[in-house]
Design a protein around this ligand. Structure first.
Ligand code: 1VU
Length: 527
């Protein structure tokens, strides 16, 4: 590695100094060694600089502290003091808007975080918060740098504290691009979105070796914390892709849907898709029979601009859909029950997924549209013992607390607590609509009749005939589509074909909505 001491004698005039600067810069740009770069490529991974280039607009990157080196001693560190100290930090633009970025360089100490490395990240995080611009971390690091002991741990503490301070102020996106252990996994968990790449990225608190030593379990890195595990099972990761290029392209797309900070609105774009386009296909997409499944994604495609949306947590808690899209060019978050997965029931994971999404939308001034077709909360011992009460309460709390424009539409059934939770008028939705196929009730007619007419059914000569009669009676009394509208509990019953038009007009009216919550330090949400 070139150092100032290595430069030729006589390089002391201005030109010499500039040549020296360029030599050092070239050294910084190349990174530690060709061998380390080849090892990175052999694992199917790009280098930190290549990733930054893919993330940012061409030639927009401005590096901060490229010449930083650690001052740690012991364990041979004195002899190993690479520029950057294993993390590249700076800012650039994505679609012309400022974004701050830091990228671990796995080639240097496995991307592990030491004191200097940490203070570089702290600086860029502080700058992002002060500038009110998103922060993207490109993670490929082994956690705390073991040789630097408590200094490394303290460095992570500073990152966690800043992640938390920035939460709800600027969008924070974590992109996992290698094996990320310990703090390199905790910090992303504090951010708004986590992206992963299949096969090459993993997240775990302790790696397979420690797992084997402590529990005796044999597991691979991917089996323990690969992209599919976190996208489908744990819910830690929001988006998973097959390669780094696609992953970084999708990060750019997500950024195009988010505001720079909590004081701004997400960027609007001109819209060619007519605001009053009729959704004639909708009636056929949703079977009138409440027990028949269908794909709610098709409904979303039909009503949003150009059928385009970005689904968050696509493969986790698939019984609920959370998606970002545009209506008439303006960004909206949609939460919808998915009848083709677990009949669209609300369970622990669905509640957690939707609650986080509602909070994110509320923090970043993204109006919320809720599409209901929900049979209720999932009954069962596992759910009760797993804490469905407090997890379901998270979703309730998130909606009740949200001050962004909120519109809900009951497509088909909406029963019991799940109806209330999914942004009913009673918990503060600004406007609520129903299709004529709606059934809003405490529970389905069969269940209702079994409870309230139990005695009559039991005592009847023909119990089944009595049950059928009572179900019919309950349906005609209480489950007709106009029951809620007559009581002012939905604002209107609309033709499904008018859904897009109705939403766009309502969203337009609500654009200037202003609602304050009582002054308080913060709430105490269920956990
Ligand atoms: C906030 C609290 C915390 O962060 S505690 C977490 C501490 N970190 C860990 O326990 C992770 C330890 N490392 C590992 O498990 C593996 O290195 C992982 C991350 C899975 C990567 O494995 P693999 O792809 O096979 O790479 P490797 O082991 O050959 O490592 C590459 C080079 O990086 C180094 N390295 C690794 N981890 C650290 C670390 N924590 N501190 C300092 N250096 C680390 C390795 O020694 C290796 O260096 P070299 O290339 O041989 O010079």
């Amino acid at each position: 590695m070139t150092t100032v001491e290595d430069l030729p004698a006589g390089a002391n005039d201005a030109r010499g100094r500039v040549a020296e600067l360029h030599a050092i810069r070239e050294q910084v740009r190349r990174g530690p060694s060709e061998r380390a770069t080849e090892a990175q490529r052999a694992k199917g991974k790009l280098t930190a600089r290549e990733r930054i280039e893919l993330l940012l607009d061409e030639d927009s990157f401005n590096e901060v502290e490229p010449l930083r080196r650690h001052r740690a001693t012991g364990f041979g560190l004195e002899a190993k003091k690479p520029y950057t100290d294993g993390v590249i930090t700076g800012w650039g633009t994505v679609h012309g808007r400022t974004v701050f970025v830091y990228a671990h360089d796995f080639r240097i100490f496995g991307g592990a975080l030491g004191e200097a490395h940490a203070t570089k990240i702290h600086k860029i995080m502080d700058m992002a918060i002060q500038a009110g611009a998103p922060l993207v971390s490109l993670n490929d690091g082994a956690g705390a740098r073991i040789q630097e002991g408590v200094s490394a741990l303290a460095g992570y503490g500073g990152i966690f504290q800043r992640n938390t301070k920035a939460s709800g102020v600027i969008p924070q996106i974590s992109v996992m691009l290698g094996p990320c252990a310990g703090g390199a996994a905790y910090s992303p968990a504090l951010t708004d979105f986590v992206f992963m790449v299949r096969e090459t990225s993993q997240m775990f608190i302790t790696g397979p070796d420690v797992v084997r030593a402590v529990t005796g379990e044999e597991i691979t890195q991917n089996g323990l914390g690969g992209a599919d595990v976190h996208a489908e099972t744990s819910g830690v990761c929001h988006f998973a892709y097959d390669d780094e290029q696609t992953c970084l392209e999708e990060v750019r797309y997500l950024l195009s849907l988010l505001p720079a900070n909590n004081r701004e609105n997400p960027p609007a774009v001109p819209c060619e898709d007519p605001a009053d386009r009729s959704g004639d296909a909708l009636l056929d997409l949703v079977p009138a029979d409440g027990n028949r499944p269908y794909d709610m994604r098709k409904v979303i495609e039909e009503i949003v601009d150009d059928g385009e949306y970005l689904e968050v947590h696509e493969r986790w808690a698939t019984n609920i859909i959370c998606a970002l899209s545009r209506f008439d060019g303006k960004v909206v978050g949609t939460i919808a029950n998915q009848p083709q997965s677990l009949a669209g029931v609300l369970d622990i994971e669905a509640s957690e997924k939707a609650a986080r999404f509602v909070q994110m939308c509320d923090a970043f001034n993204i109006p919320i549209v809720t599409l209901l077709d929900v049979p209720g909360f999932l009954p069962g011992v596992d759910q009760e013992h797993g804490g469905i009460i407090r997890h379901g309460a998270k979703l309730l709390y998130a909606y009740c607390n949200a001050t962004v424009p909120r519109i809900s539409i009951v497509l088909r059934k909406a029963y019991g607590g799940a109806y209330i939770v999914m942004d009913s008028q009673s918990i503060g939705a600004d406007l609520t609509y129903a299709w004529p196929t709606n059934e809003i009730a405490v529970m389905g007619a069969e269940g209702a009749a079994n409870v309230i007419f139990r005695k009559q059914i039991a005592e009847a000569d023909d119990s089944e005939a009595m049950r059928t009669r009572m179900v019919k009676e309950y349906k005609s009394e209480l489950m007709h589509p106009y029951y809620a509208a007559e009581r002012g509990l939905v604002d209107d019953v609309i033709d499904p074909a008018d859904t897009r038009r109705t939403l766009i007009r309502a969203l337009d009216m609500l654009r200037t909505k202003h609602a304050d919550l009582p002054a308080r330090k913060h709430g105490n949400p269920p956990q």
